[in-house]
Write a new protein. Structure first.
Length: 287
């Protein structure tokens, strides 16, 4: 049983109960400033995703030919859809040149190093793409909320990160960072699904459950982090992710539209949905 704050109301949530409580609405898409009541139809999603996959294959071929390096950072609350979005990006790419980095907690050796050091070792070489499933931004979110770093360390991180990311861009690396935003009820529904689906149960940890009771703390940390690190050379792209299908399509479109490559088909890529994808601190608020 977990006590959580929903708006100004205290609620009790038992994830072991196979039935969701009545106060969790049947349709949670409308939370988190979300514009749609229904998921995108699967047929349309698959059709549009196929077209985007072809463009991603073209982009990778161009990068391998020219040596263009790319880093994409995926951040968001637990169950926001980071892994699925990364999977949609990578599905038809050569895995040797499209790497996923999802680091576990730091070792004793890593704890004694420069904070960014263990992430830098995974940066791409010529022609490669590195996708971070969580990143150095742990120190802007989960670490301060869960007490894994001191307030001083958190503040130092917020001050140092813009300069660190300036170096990434100055070195010629194409750099994108996504915040996948979901509503509280949607997170609860996804956690509940993980608890009761044997194929997904491994995704739910004790830290995740503890985080349920710290929704507002995570919101405050997120807002502070994005405000401090949303900068011209490394802006935050916010994706409203209550519907995973719309989120994945628009994230891929954003990258493709902002990259030059041979054979680019802008019509096939399509247009960004401004109800799903935007930029910066103002767009992320409202969950």
């Amino acid at each position: 049983m977990v006590e959580i704050s929903v708006g100004k109301t205290q609620r009790k949530l038992d994830l072991d109960d196979p039935k969701l409580p009545k106060w969790v609405s049947e349709n949670s898409l409308s939370s988190a400033n979300y514009a749609y009541d229904d998921k995108l139809k699967r047929s349309r999603y698959e059709r549009e995703l196929d077209a985007l996959h072809l463009e991603l294959v073209k982009l990778q071929a161009h990068r391998l030919e020219t040596g263009q390096r790319m880093i994409i950072v995926f951040e968001g609350r637990d169950a926001a859809g980071k892994g699925g979005t990364i999977g949609a990006f990578r599905e038809y790419l050569k895995p040797r040149h499209a790497k996923i980095v999802a680091l576990s907690k730091p070792t004793e050796t890593e704890l004694g190093q420069w904070y960014f050091q263990r992430y830098v070792t995974h940066f791409p070489t010529n022609g490669d793409m590195t996708m971070f499933d969580r990143s150095w931004y742990n120190r802007g979110g989960v670490e301060p909320v869960m007490g894994f770093c001191s307030p001083k360390q958190n503040q130092q991180f917020l001050e140092q990160t813009p300069a660190f990311e300036q170096q990434i861009v100055d070195d010629g690396i194409a750099f994108f960072k996504f915040w996948l935003n979901i509503g509280q009820e949607m997170q609860i529904k996804r956690f509940h699904d993980r608890r009761h689906n044997p194929l997904k149960s491994w995704k739910l940890s004790s830290i995740d459950i503890k985080a349920l009771g710290k929704w507002d703390d995570y919101t405050n940390a997120r807002d502070q982090m994005i405000s401090a690190t949303h900068i011209e050379h490394a802006p935050w792209t916010v994706v409203r992710s209550n519907d995973k299908r719309r989120a994945r399509l628009n994230a891929i479109r954003h990258v493709l539209l902002n990259m030059d490559y041979e054979g680019k088909n802008v019509e096939a890529i399509g247009k960004i949905d401004p109800n799903i994808l935007g930029s910066g601190p103002d767009y992320v608020k409202g969950d």
